[in-house]
Ligand binder design. Structure first.
Ligand code: ADP
Ligand code: ZN
Ligand code: MG
Length: 476
């Protein structure tokens, strides 16, 4: 019988923190500035410059640690990780090896196979590197230090995952937790969340783990899933043909669906880590931790329970709304204005999800304000616009957060409530469609639908279909 293999996976996840300034200097962390404009002597590694720790970085790291059930290292330190690379101007990265800020945590994940806990080995703080741009035309490489010194936390999991499905559930859980905390926007495609996947295989039942490889360059859930499946196959093939898996770092090429060896795996001793002499150890007091704990938001689990008690909306809606802190905020704020949870939820479940999907956007990217959504709901409630016009207005609001009241006014989209005008149009439609009129009078109920449609068309959609229906019945 063929051998059965089990996949073992552990993740190193880098998250860029949402601070306004860098970890050791006052430069902006804003994405996309002109190259080397967000820089200073500290983040370009000039001799004699000295780092000063950004307090907010510590607070975010502790907040993430508490939310992932870690123990906070109250006396923690920074270490230098030494290596030469042109995107690393100091020739070392300030990171944490010996006393990382958080240790021994775990998060609960849920997949089709049920619930499971994934251990977190540690979370440490470090600085990001600059960015190299390889210009093939000019045959040279350029470096942009805007990203150099942007604060990161690295979340190192235990090798507790066994499938791509579990990995994605774990990443989604981390992302949601961190987004709830406001510590990062966690966008895989923009690099504010990056996952390195360590993977090995072993025969089912084996006690020891197999030799692992580490895969980098994974910037979407899809790439991660493919990389895991591809690498599992590759390792099994090696073992089946009597070869060994070599511990190394590999680069996943999602277009070719194959990974390539990048470099043999380096060990901690290769980096000659030593405590950074320019930075004093950080002492995190009980009071400080208590204060950060107090400021933690209401997380999803609690929110779901409260929604169930507070709002009369289906559990399915609650699940989707609370999946994103941003969507939950919009929901709560809109309901606070218009007091109609089901209607707010309907706009989120229906048109909002549809447009997010159509434009491949995240709920975090929703642009429209609660005030405007509440105004749109009020316009429909007061019959100032009908539901199909409302959908049109919503699309514009979704794209540009326009004020629906103003927009309806400007574009003349208000429903015509003047019965005289409507009656006239209905009469014209009746006169123009004798066949349908006859069909209706002969008992073909459906024919009225066509006449309603014709009237709506003549009114350019700006009529209340209920009223049209009623008038038609009256005049027929
Ligand atoms: P190193 O210090 O050499 O980078 P770590 O012990 O820090 O190694 O592990 C790095 C990551 O690799 C962790 O996320 C861990 O869970 C994962 N890992 C370790 N051993 C294995 C293995 N045999 N198979 C899969 N993942 C592993
Ligand atoms: Zn700087
Ligand atoms: Mg490591």
């Amino acid at each position: 019988m063929a051998k059965q293999y089990e996949t073992v996976i552990g993740l190193e996840v880098h998250v860029e923190l949402a601070t306004k300034t860098k970890i050791f200097c006052g430069c902006s962390t804003a994405f996309g500035g002109a190259p080397n404009t967000h820089t200073c002597p500290v983040c370009t590694g000039m001799p004699g410059s000295l780092p000063v720790l950004n307090k907010q970085v510590v607070e975010y790291a502790v907040a993430v640690g508490l939310a992932t059930n870690c123990t906070i290292t109250q006396y923690c330190k920074f270490d230098r990780k030494n290596y030469f690379y042109p995107d690393n101007p100091q020739n070392y990265q300030i990171s944490q090896l010996y006393l990382p800020i958080c240790r021994n945590g775990h998060v609960e994940i849920e997949t089709e196979n049920g619930k499971k806990s994934v251990g977190i080995h540690e979370i440490h703080m470090e600085e990001d590197a600059g960015k190299l741009i390889h210009d093939e035309w000019e045959d040279c490489s350029l470096v942009d230090y805007n990203r150099s010194g942007v604060p990161l936390i690295e979340i190192v999991s235990e090798p507790d995952m066994r499938s791509a499905e579990e990995v994605i559930a774990y990443l989604e859980k981390l992302r949601m937790t961190i987004q709830y905390l406001g510590a990062s926007d966690c966008k895989l495609n923009e690099g504010s969340m990056r996952a390195d996947v360590n993977i090995s295989v072993r025969e089912v039942g084996a006690k020891e783990f197999g030799t692992r490889t580490e895969m980098k360059n994974l910037n979407s859930f899809r790439a991660i899933q493919h990389a895991i499946e591809g690498e599992r196959e590759r390792q099994i093939e090696l073992l089946e043909s009597g070869k060994e898996v070599i511990q190394e770092t590999r680069r996943w090429d999602d277009a070719k669906e194959y990974s390539y060896a990048m470099r043999s795996k380096e060990d901690a001793q290769d980096y000659r880590y030593f405590p950074d002499p320019d930075l004093v150890p950080v002492f995190i007091s009980d009071e400080w931790i208590a204060k950060i704990k107090e400021n933690q938001p209401e997380f999803r689990e609690k929110k779901m329970v409260r929604y169930k008690e507070e709002y009369d909306i289906p559990e399915y809606d609650i699940g989707i709304i609370t999946d994103s802190k941003h969507m939950a905020d919009i929901f709560e704020e809109t309901v606070a204005i218009c007091k109609q949870p089901k209607k707010v939820s309907n706009w989120l479940m229906g048109e909002t999800l549809r447009l997010l999907k159509e434009k491949s956007m995240d709920p975090e990217d929703i642009l429209f304000s609660p005030e405007n959504l509440a105004k749109l709901i009020a316009l429909v409630d007061s019959k100032a616009i009908n539901s199909s016009v409302a959908k049109e207005v919503f699309e514009v609001m979704f794209a540009q957060n326009v004020d629906p009241e103003k927009y309806v006014e400007e574009k003349g989209l208000k429903t015509v409530n003047d019965e005289g005008a409507l009656r006239k149009t209905v009469e014209e439609v009746i006169a123009a469609n004798p066949q349908s009129v006859e069909d209706y009078r002969n008992g073909k109920e459906k024919a009225i639908g066509f006449l309603v449609g014709q009237t709506m068309k003549a009114m350019k959609g700006k009529a209340d279909p209920g009223m049209v229906n009623q008038l038609l019945k009256e005049l027929l």
